[in-house]
Design a protein around this ligand. Structure first.
Ligand code: ATP
Ligand code: MG
Ligand code: MG
Ligand code: MG
Length: 562
């Protein structure tokens, strides 16, 4: 590609809103431009890198047995109502109306759509397991879109969904996906760790996140210095520290807002956004009275004694059905536990604990009964929020260290949650109807592009790993007015192309200094400069990564960079 024919609008100035290296460099080097807050256009170079990462993802997905498809971004609200996520996804979900006033969402994720397709199209165990994936644009109205491609409101995700008849089958595909993810991030050149994660708003229990290690990462990873143990420390339940002794204290934890009906209203009232890491706990106070508590680590509100609590409110709900819809949790799943004494329903599968009461995970199996300040051993990893550097690792091997990470991938065992809500059933070998079991697996493709830049840059610009570089070689003519230089450059350009190298040819009539600065900024792995020694048939070869520089005869170019 000739520079003169494409669009690479490099900038000398650092964009004012950019705080981190990848954001600054991707804008300065002409890879992306912001179209709206958290919404980006991929210019030709940015698009090329995105496609390179997508290709790696595709190859590894196919190897893992997943099949590509494409689902719509525009989705009917009804599907999201069926799973309850219309009510509890919060303000991150982009909602809109069509001309007939029908409600839609712009897909933040695709469990609803894929499960509804499978429910209609797959009827027998013979079609299972089935793993489908897509690379597609997602929409999330993030509270704080920032850091360029790292946290956008429109972004590219690879999302895969697997459907199974047995847990063993899910385990098997989960392991394959886990391996595929490791391969993908390795091939992108990234320094990453797979960590145990919280199942958050998605529900489910077995889940890992793939974290690119980086100082600017928003997640904190606790890992062992001598073993494979690594976990996102946000996974811990939020209220284990709280002790509530008296009735009065219990009263004080609740702020009255009888009018609040939806999570949105509650969050507005309390002035907290229901985003990552927020748990909502529902207290059943009376027959049709519930109190909703929003809680998260590291916060305390003056008058509210519930430690780590962001706020609490009464919510008037007509029935348990409404409560269920609000939280997407199944009150009935409390099963043998006495509901009067154990009035807390967590909004997700991780059991949440307050003051000796307990919730249950959605399958209803995970019961715990916790006494204040006593036993909160739900699972050996669940008290990780209180872990400190230097503590012994929960696996007994080595001591805990902390690192910051960027979440580039996430794999979940969803279980039956979505299949149950949407009625995805199949006939088993005995001809009996069963609910399918599911897994889901996401990669932030556009976020991965930025994460790579975070790990591969210097003060001059980006240093792309070969596997994802937009072009293989940067061919730079020092002086395009010099016939000999131009002629030699043209013939090298052709020869490299014939040998299947993807070349960016800087044929601009710019000063050499400008071209070199742009070349360092753009960050292709190898630069070939055609300059003074063109008449002797010599060019200069420079390796971007370590700055190594040497002269090469034209005849040596192809063999030496192959
Ligand atoms: P985060 O914790 O960073 O908000 P998430 O846990 O909400 O991410 P998932 O629902 O697990 O995200 O989505 C799968 C992947 O999509 C994430 O691992 C991440 O790489 C990517 N992703 C999520 N939100 C964004 C975003 N706003 N911008 C870019 N990529 C994102
Ligand atoms: Mg998120
Ligand atoms: Mg996350
Ligand atoms: Mg996630």
């Amino acid at each position: 590609m000739k520079h003169s024919q494409t669009l690479i609008p490099t900038l000398k100035e650092v964009p004012t809103d950019a705080e981190i290296a990848s954001h600054k460099l991707l804008v300065r080097a002409g890879y992306v431009r912001q179209t709206a807050s958290g919404v980006y256009s991929f210019l030709p170079l940015g698009n090329k890198v995105l496609k390179k990462v997508e290709q790696i993802v595709r190859e590894e997905m196919e190897l893992a047995g997943a099949v590509e498809m494409l689902m719509p971004a525009l989705q009917p609200a009804d599907l999201w109502k069926e799973t309850g996520r219309w009510y509890n996804f919060g303000p991150e979900l982009m909602r809109l109306h069509d001309r007939h006033d029908r409600e839609f969402v712009l897909g933040a994720t695709h469990e609803e759509v894929i499960t509804s397709i499978i429910r209609d199209e797959v009827k027998s165990y013979k079609k299972l397991p089935l793993t489908l994936y897509q690379i597609q644009t997602k929409y999330r109205d993030e509270k704080r879109p920032r850091f360029g491609l790292l946290r956008g409101r429109e972004f590219v995700m690879k999302d895969a969904y697997s459907f199974h008849d047995t847990d063993e089958s899910l385990d098997d595909v989960y392991d394959k996906m886990y391996l595929a993810y490791s391969n993908i991030f390795k091939r992108c050149g990234l320094n990453f760790r797979a960590v145990i994660a919280d199942s958050g708003a998605m529900g489910g229990k077995d889940t890992h996140e793939f974290m690119v290690l980086s100082e600017i990462g928003e997640d904190t990873i606790a890992y062992s210095d001598t073993s494979d143990f690594a976990a996102n420390i946000e996974m811990a339940p939020v209220n284990v520290e709280y002790t509530r002794n008296t009735e009065q204290e219990q009263e004080r934890t609740i702020v009255d807002t009888p009018s609040a009906k939806t999570m949105e209203e509650v969050s507005n009232f309390l002035n907290v956004s229901i985003d990552k890491g927020i748990k909502s706990l529902l207290f059943k106070i009376d027959e049709d009275k519930f109190a909703l508590v929003l809680a998260r680590g590291d916060h305390e509100i003056n008058d509210i004694k519930l430690k780590n609590c962001l706020g609490a409110t009464h919510v008037e709900l007509a029935s348990e059905e409404e409560a269920k819809a609000l939280l997407g949790a199944d009150i009935g799943s409390l099963g043998p536990v006495n509901v009067k004494e154990i009035p807390i329903i967590a909004d997700n599968a991780i059991t949440s604990i307050v003051n000796g009461y307990c919730g249950a995970n959605e399958t209803g199996k995970h019961y715990i009964n916790v006494n204040p300040n006593k036993d909160f051993t739900v699972d050996k990893y669940e008290d990780l929020r209180f872990i400190k550097e230097g503590d012994p690792s929960p696996d007994g091997k080595g001591t805990i260290q902390f690192a910051k990470g960027i979440e580039v991938g996430h794999v979940f065992k969803l279980g039956k949650r979505y299949a149950e809500k949407l009625g995805a059933q199949y006939l088993n070998e005995q001809g009996k109807q069963e609910v399918m079991t599911m897994g889901c697996y996401g990669i932030g493709v556009s976020r991965t592009v930025a994460a790579i830049v975070e790990q591969f840059h210097d003060e001059k610009g980006i240093i792309w790993p070969k596997s994802v570089s937009p072009y293989d070689i940067h061919l730079v003519t020092v002086n395009t007015k010099d016939e000999e230089q131009l002629h030699l450059s043209e013939s090298i350009y052709k020869e490299l192309q014939q040998n299947h190298f993807d070349v960016l040819f800087d044929d601009r009539k710019e000063r050499a200094g400008v071209k070199f600065a742009d070349s360092d900024l753009i960050g292709l792995p190898i630069r070939i400069t055609v300059g003074k020694r063109a008449s002797e048939g010599y060019v200069e070869c420079k390796v971007r990564e370590d700055g190594e520089q040497f002269d090469l005869h034209v005849s040596e170019i192809v063999p030496s960079i192959k």
